[in-house]
Design a protein around this ligand. Structure first.
Ligand code: MTE
Ligand code: MO
Length: 535
């Protein structure tokens, strides 16, 4: 009896595994086909991209802050892993259910299909054709699921229930299914074929998607020389300290923050910038026209509101672009407008106070970053940069539209989610070396980092050990007021555990507040500190 029960349990276990495999294979075929079709209709049709994008937009702010704080720039990979895990579990469940009740498996498919279609059709810039990949994928999944499950049922027949105990007959127990060699072989072949089809179409989709890349267009862009070059960078903006954040951030190490799972591919040939809303002369400017306007070069430090005290989301670059003020004046802002609502090709909206654009600071529609056309990840072909305002209220990448309006009438993406409408960058300073929890020999120790108060400028940085007296740090030369400044201080370190702290004072005389605040709703505050062991 025990032996019979074990064999029955084993047979049931194999059936569950086979069902799970059917579900997984059906999902793989669906996703592969959808990627293939999205390679033709455009990246917006990829269900993973569409659903992922919808999840990003629907994610409550605290969860998003948690993700940025804990996964950093890998927040998107974390989301994709989450989606894959969820899909895997659902697909396996659908497969197992289908072996018992076909309708149950199909119902799960329908739910995921509906979510996929809804997401694909509601993404910014979506067209009706973006629903095709999901719909075709769902149909392929249903077909694969039915065919595979039928094969699986033949290969691994279900045990008949309630038989053997009641009927202790001689001979093989009729409740135990007979091994079906050919059936299993057929199941194996069909499963392998499905997996191969899924992989091949997925890879083909990736290859096709390469057609949408603007890398070649970007390589052809020739940036004109600036009409207004940046003033020469004074000598001494770089302190001779190994390990210190470089004054200019290289393009490929510049932090990236946006809500996009796949980077918008915006071709300069078809890009235009619309200027509308409360203006006398609405306009639409092509990329060629933009490049013919007088360009200004400016060094500007960009900071993200999601940067925790001591965090990495700040970078400094030399930007080349058309002054926003010139563009707006051409269009003629009407009285009463107090906001520029800009939009990116990814659907992002960003609201900027008109006063910040017109007050004489270097507010740009930038086309160049550190001597190169903008990298795609940083807004190619054009983006906004404004010193002194966090990126979410100033730095629209892939910018396609500037609408003059009022704060009373319109709210932008992050302000709809509770972030402050007015968000000047807080005066901040950061200790880069020594690293937190470093073990260092006693004696002279260089403490160094960067400090920023873009648009105001840094006037002083002070450092202290173990809450002792503040010491004035040596400041690197200032390159205008729009950029960060390096600082360093020589510390006579004695053995033991020590805490180092830093604070900056900006050129208005305001000293960085010790009051600790998180990034929500208008940027983190407090003093950066590191704890080190001196031996
Ligand atoms: N189109 C678009 N522009 C955007 C964003 C975005 O999600 N989409 N994110 C903003 C935020 S929050 C920041 S901090 C800066 C970051 O610019 P970077 O990625 O070039 O560093 O871009 C801003 N511009
Ligand atoms: Mo940001």
């Amino acid at each position: 009896m025990r032996c019979v029960m074990t064999r029955k349990t084993a047979a049931a276990g194999i059936r569950v595994l086979a069902g799970a495999a059917c579900g997984l294979l059906a999902a793989a075929v669906a996703l592969g086909l959808a990627e293939l079709l999205a390679g033709i209709t455009g990246p917006g049709g990829s269900p993973v991209v569409a659903v992922g994008g919808a999840v990003i937009d629907l994610t409550p702010v605290p969860v998003k802050d948690f993700a940025i704080a804990h996964f950093g720039s890998h927040d998107k990979q974390a989301l994709l892993v989450g989606i894959v895990v969820l899909l895997t579990v659902a697909a396996m469940t659908a497969g197992v259910l289908t072996l018992r009740r076909r309708r149950a498996g199909l119902a799960i498919l329908a739910v995921f299909g509906a979510a996929g279609v809804t997401a694909a059709l509601t993404r910014p810039g979506a067209s009706v054709s973006d629903a095709i990949p999901v719909l075709a994928g769902v149909a392929a999944a249903a077909f694969t699921l039915m065919v595979l499950c039928r094969t699986a049922m033949a290969a691994f027949p279900a045990a008949r229930t309630g038989s053997s105990a009641a009927r202790p007959a001689a001979g093989p127990d009729p409740g135990i299914p007979a091994a079906d060699g050919p059936g299993r072989r057929r199941f194996l072949i069909m499963g392998t074929a499905s997996a191969a089809a899924a992989a091949a179409s997925g890879v083909a989709g990736q290859v096709l998607a390469g057609r949408f890349s603007v890398a070649a267009s970007r390589a052809r862009v020739r940036l004109p020389a600036p009409a207004v070059p940046a003033p020469a960078v004074p000598s001494g903006t770089m302190l001779p300290v190994p390990g210190l954040t470089p004054f200019f951030t290289a393009n490929d190490s510049f932090y990236r923050v946006d809500t996009d799972l796949v980077l918008p591919q915006v071709a300069p040939e078809s890009w235009t910038l619309r200027i509308d809303g409360m203006v006398a002369r609405p306009a639409e400017i092509t990329f060629a026209e933009l490049l013919r306007m007088p360009l200004t070069e400016a060094d500007i430090t960009l900071v993200c509101v999601s940067d925790e005290v001591g965090g990495p989301y700040a970078g400094n670059a030399r930007w080349l672009g058309v002054p926003l003020a010139a563009l707006l004046r051409r269009a003629g802002p009407r009285g009463g407008a107090d906001q520029v609502l800009s939009a990116g090709a990814d659907g992002m909206t960003i609201s900027t106070p008109l006063t910040a654009i017109l007050d004489g600071r270097d507010a740009l529609v930038a086309v160049g970053m550190n001597g190169q056309p903008l990298p795609v990840a940083h807004g190619f072909p054009a983006r906004m940069v404004i010193p002194g305002l966090y990126g979410y209220v100033s730095a629209t990448k892939w910018v396609t539209r500037l609408t003059l309006t009022t704060f009373a009438r319109q709210r932008a993406y992050w302000t709809q989610r509770g972030y402050a409408a007015h968000a000047p960058v807080k005066t901040e300073s950061r200790i880069d070396i020594p690293r937190p929890l470093a073990r260092i020999p006693a004696g002279r120790v260089t403490v160094a980092g960067v400090a920023w108060a873009p648009a105001r400028g840094i006037a002083a940085v002070e450092v202290r050990a173990d809450s002792g007296p503040w010491h004035t740090a040596r400041l690197a030369a200032a390159d205008g007021t729009g950029t960060w400044r390096q600082w360093m201080w020589a510390w006579d370190a004695t053995p033991g555990l020590h805490q180092l702290q830093v604070r900056a004072t900006d050129s208005t005389g305001a000293t960085q507040t010790p009051r600790e605040a998180g990034v929500f709703p208008d940027g983190a505050s407090g003093w950066d500190s590191v704890v080190v062991t001196v031996t």
